[in-house]
Write a protein that binds this ligand. Sequence first.
Ligand code: FES
Length: 105
Amino acid sequence: MIPSQSEFIDAADLASLPPGRGRTVELRGKRLALFHIGDQFHAIDDACPHRGGSLGAGWCENGEVFCPLHGWAFDVATGTCKTRPDRPVKSYPTEVRDGRIWVAL
Ligand code: FES
């Protein structure tokens, strides 16, 4: 089901997320990792399911982010863990509006 526009929460300024990069934001008490890959924006849970590394601070390459602590790899669009497929993170719908990134929790 596609969330209605009113369910999206203002997460960040577009200018704060250069292409190929990620960052961490806190929305309603929840830490999310945002990514700007190509012309797409993605949001997944920030905490790595291994030992809680911040995925928003990870290294991005070819649509994947590598956890800064021990290098587990995650697909930034789906949250699938490439290193341990049984340990994914949740992904969230995003949209761009008024020069900002919005996320549906
Ligand atoms: S905390 Fe992420 S790989 Fe260990």
